[in-house]
Write a new protein. Structure first.
Length: 452
């Protein structure tokens, strides 16, 4: 298009607008409102939709997927029993994810270690699956939404006020699921919550490197030994590190940092910058100390700050580390795992307390149900447990099971009290995630012994 013809198609008109109602909230209403769109919240929303419920899914980030996508955790942990080729613990939404990503080239990789199986995934592929699934389920997302107010009447949450950069939203729902990670919904509602009494729990700033030489990739012990020896010269606080990569991709997600994750808004912002600085220093360390593998690599992306444990609910049941060690099977069990107790309570490293190959421990519904609230359920890393017990059950596999269980609980409550649901039906609905044992490996793979 040239000359005078182009001028005919240029639009120059504008209009003047003014905000004359600064307190206005756009109203939304649904059967279920899920606060938090990470792995637990996404699982809850999809399961509630499968049960025929209208669902609103809220997250403070402008994208779905929570830490699983945006902090680039890069591994599904706690999804299989212990041993080199364990059986699967969590089904349902977990099957949907594993099957979908398995069909994509270099989107999923099963790593069989001496103690358990973890699954490496491509965060871009997972993010697209989450977005497509939410759209297909007709779930209403409200993204980039900060929780301002929670309106409570007696023991029930009636509505929540959110603020986005485009204006306010008020969400009314019969039931709520707090999958915020920090118990933000129940905290803002004024219900009792827990925080670590003494020890901090450090988070992680992940960084993704591309163009690595996989043939020269050092193992965890080699990286850790060199960090202890030379890390101080690079200004590194953590003295251990590891990477996750899908073979043949030339990409590695590096877990090399420990950062504080305070709940104070100003301190949290400052620590986020420190976390990126630590991750950048770690990349410099890798390039200098392991040039054959990382010398030609470049940073593809930094994840958002990865948060492990900050604040969680006071539930009907306080899950304890003694119950985990004993493998106590609760009458209201809704999920299981055998993931180690994972203590990130000091800046330079972490401690693992591992379990035997035949060990299983369980998550009771009572740890998801707030003691003081009758129409909300928690899921993910904000359920009720002591600090050590929570460190084992807050990983991705059991978080999917918790999200599904939360959806079933509010569905069975049907707008009433989650404290008074039919437990026989609840046990039937969650049976697979408590009892089922299936393997994803063919006979040849099951017969192999892998000790990577």
């Amino acid at each position: 298009m040239r000359g005078s013809n182009m001028a005919e198609h240029i639009t120059t008109s504008t209009r003047v607008v003014r905000n004359t109602n600064k307190q206005a909230y756009r109203p939304l209403k649904a059967d279920v409102c899920v606060v938090g769109a990470g792995i637990a919240g996404m699982s809850a929303a999809l399961q509630a939709s499968k049960l025929g419920r209208s669902v609103i899914l809220v997250d403070s980030q402008p994208a779905l997927g929570g830490q699983a996508v945006n902090s680039i955790i890069a591994t599904f942990c706690g999804m299989f029993s212990n041993g080199t080729h364990g059986y699967q613990f969590t089904y349902g939404i977990a099957d949907d994810i594993l099957n979908a990503l398995s069909r994509q080239e270099k989107a999923l990789h099963y790593r069989h270690g001496p103690s358990t199986t973890v699954v490496y995934y491509d965060e871009v592929a997972l993010g697209r699956w989450v977005e497509e699934s939410v759209m297909a389920a007709n779930i209403t997302p409200v993204l980039g939404a900060m929780l301002l107010n929670v309106h409570v009447k007696g023991t029930r949450i009636e509505s929540i006020d959110l603020m986005t950069r485009y204006g306010g939203v008020r969400v009314e729902a019969d039931s709520f699921i707090d999958a915020s990670g920090d118990a933000a919904l129940l905290w803002q509602a004024g219900f009792a919550c827990r925080e670590p009494e003494t020890q901090k729990v450090f988070g992680t700033q992940m960084v993704v490197l591309e163009n690595i030489n996989e043939d020269a990739q050092p193992n965890r012990k080699e990286i850790g030994a060199r960090m202890k020896e030379r890390g101080e010269q690079y200004g590194l606080l953590r003295q251990e590190g590891l990477g996750f990569n899908i073979p043949g991709s030339g990409i590695a997600a590096m877990n090399m940092t420990h950062i504080e994750t305070p709940l104070d808004p100003i301190e949290a912002s400052a620590k986020a910058l420190i976390g990126k600085d630590q991750a950048a220093r770690a990349v410099d360390f890798l390039k200098q100390e392991f040039p054959d593998c990382f010398g030609q690599s470049r940073i593809r992306s930094f994840g958002l700050p990865g948060i492990r444990q900050t604040r969680w609910i006071v539930g009907r049941h306080h899950l304890t580390v003694e119950e985990l060690r004993a493998g106590k099977k609760f009458d209201d069990a809704i999920g299981r795992t055998a993931w180690p107790i994972e203590l990130h309570d000091h800046s330079d490293g972490h401690h693992w307390i591992v379990f035997d190959e035949d060990h299983v421990h369980y998550i009771p519904l009572g740890s998801l149900v707030p003691a003081e609230c009758t129409n909300a359920v928690a899921a993910g890393r904000c359920i009720d447990a002591d600090s050590a017990a929570l460190s084992s059950v807050r990983v991705m596999g059991p978080c999917i099971a918790m999200g599904m269980a939360a959806a079933h609980a509010v569905d069975l409550a049907n707008g009433g009290s989650v404290h008074e649901i039919d437990m026989a039906q609840m046990r039937e609905r969650t049976r697979d995630n408590v009892e089922k044992k299936t393997y994803r490996w063919d006979e040849k793979e099951l017969a192999s012994v892998v000790t990577v």
